[in-house]
Design a protein around this ligand. Structure first.
Ligand SMILES: Cc1cc2nc3c(=O)[nH]c(=O)nc-3n(C[C@H](O)[C@H](O)[C@H](O)COP(=O)(O)OP(=O)(O)OC[C@H]3O[C@@H](n4cnc5c(N)ncnc54)[C@H](O)[C@@H]3O)c2cc1C
Length: 450
């Protein structure tokens, strides 16, 4: 690679062992490429410099936050630059306008913590919120646990500052609550997975802080009863702030990992919360009654925020429990809420067909589940089976009226299925949009589009 501009010399990650850690994200089997350069930008000017240089030398650039992507979208590219924006982490909070103007490197949970002093909240809450960054959240239109009530990242991004390939700085959107001036280019960049430009600042909408959430935990003997519970919650006048599903095998996996008090032979568990200001207690009692009427065999209601948090601990243990079980592929499909039960059944049929174990859990309130297939990485038949199961789950979601990704994005792993969902003409239009912003094709190439 030609030598980098002098300004960037002390932004380079020189230690090869440390640099290698920037080569991978959280996608299964991720392996760092042999040769790539890591630049940790400290401000917009650094990003401008990198993108000017990259365009001049036709070098691919991968924007990166905390690299918690599960899709390969944040993995370094052979011969390319991994442009990390974690260190651009300024925060300005305007409590009158109820906005935060932030750098892309701000960690989601840190922003939430800072907002408590203003009695304000930024709702998007991916399960990775302790480490993932706002830049990564914007680029993936991240969801999370509370979307059932509060929506996704796109619902909170009012404006962006983006550096385009070649180094031009572009501003989209606005700071004000309303505005319809021209096309919504902010919306275009949200969820674009770093393929159009690098976000260097964002204007985020804030809301008044809700009450501390209270929790209901409902245990069901069968999957069918669990789905009746989900349906009963859809009829509530006050939408829960969280509805999480664990199927039977997920519960067994968590109990294997540690004793979180779930009956190991349960057919399903629903965790439900309310944070409605002044009414959380009334709501959880109402949800508990509805879940019991729907057929729950056991319902526990937390009386205070500490107890509410304890009830959620089993859900939090899910990711470490799955990690502890070894090699796996994790899906992220979204179906109509009324078809969730069909999706769970189909996932287990697919797993059985390939001789694999699977668990199915996720954000039931949105119809967004993360089926997970386990395989023995030393057994070629199991590796092939897991790959096939991944694709068959996408097709199952389509058959049920759903989509191939609810919140994690397309990345490289799901790029082969893009055309199957959008059709050739729509993919061609989307490629043309990319070419408008990135005519040289240097921004995160190979992501979204195969
Ligand atoms: C345990 C675990 C739980 C998770 N739970 C959830 C969940 O509940 N909901 C959910 O939506 N996701 C979840 N994820 C996926 C992941 O955390 C999210 O996609 C998150 O938004 C990625 O943020 P990041 O900072 O790690 O970005 P990275 O992984 O570094 O990058 C993600 C994408 O954003 C792009 N990008 C990063 N920074 C910029 C920038 N400044 N400008 C332009 N593009 C940029 C990258 O190129 C890449 O395409 C989970 C992941 C893990 C490992």
């Amino acid at each position: 690679m030609p030598s980098l501009p002098a300004r960037l010399t002390d932004r380079l990650v020189a230690d090869p062992d440390v640099a290698r850690t920037y080569g991978v994200d959280h996608s299964p089997g991720a392996v760092a490429p042999e040769d790539f350069t890591v630049v940790r930008a400290r401000d917009r000017a650094d990003v401008v410099e990198v993108l000017r240089y990259a365009a001049a030398h036709r070098i691919p650039v991968v924007p990166q936050g905390a690299r918690t992507a599960t899709t390969g979208a944040a993995m370094a590219i052979q011969g390319g630059i991994a442009l990390n924006t974690e260190a651009i982490d300024h925060v300005e909070i305007d409590s009158v306008e109820r906005i935060a103007v932030v750098g892309p490197g701000v960690v989601n949970a840190d922003l939430k913590t800072q907002l408590t002093a203003y009695s304000l909240a930024y709702p998007p809450d991916p399960a990775s919120s302790d480490s993932c960054t706002i830049g990564g959240n914007i680029a993936t239109n991240a969801g999370g646990l509370c979307c059932v009530k509060y929506g996704v990242t796109a619902d909170y991004v009012r404006g962006l500052e983006v550096v385009l390939p070649g180094g031009e700085v572009m501003r989209t959107g606005r700071r004000t609550a309303k505005g319809v001036t021209g096309y919504d280019l902010t919306g275009l960049f949200v969820g674009s997975e770093g393929t159009l430009g690098v976000v260097t600042e964002a204007v985020l909408r804030l809301i008044p802080a809700p009450d501390p959430a209270l929790t209901v935990l409902a245990v069901f003997d069968t999957l069918e009863a669990t789905m009746a519970g989900v349906a009963a919650l859809r009829e509530q006048r006050h939408t829960p702030s969280l509805v999480e599903l664990l199927d039977g095998p997920s519960i067994a996996a968590i109990q294997e990992f540690g004793d979180y008090g779930f009956p190991a032979d349960a057919g399903g568990v629903l965790l439900v919360q309310s944070d409605r200001i002044g009414h959380a207690h009334d709501d959880v009692l109402q949800y508990a009654e509805a879940l019991a009427s729907a057929g729950a065999s056991d319902v526990a209601v937390a009386d205070d925020a500490v107890e509410a948090d304890l009830l959620l601990q089993g859900r939090r243990a899910l990711n470490p429990a799955l990690e502890a079980r070894g090699s796996r592929v994790i899906e992220d499909v979204c179906v109509p809420v009324g078809r969730l039960g069909d999706l769970v059944r189909r996932v287990h049929e697919i797993a059985d067909h390939h001789g694999l174990e699977a668990v199915c859990s996720g954000h039931a309130g949105d119809g967004n589940l993360h089926p997970c297939f386990f395989f023995d990485k030393d057994d070629p038949a199991q590796v092939a089976g897991a790959q096939a199961a991944f694709g068959e789950t996408v097709e199952a979601a389509w058959a049920l009226g759903g989509t191939l990704t609810g919140e994690h994005g397309v990345g490289t792993l799901k790029a082969p299925w893009l055309e199957g969902e959008l059709g050739a003409a729509e993919v061609a239009r989307q490629r043309a949009v990319k070419a408008l912003f990135d005519p040289l094709g240097i921004m995160n190439p190979g992501r979204i589009f195969a």
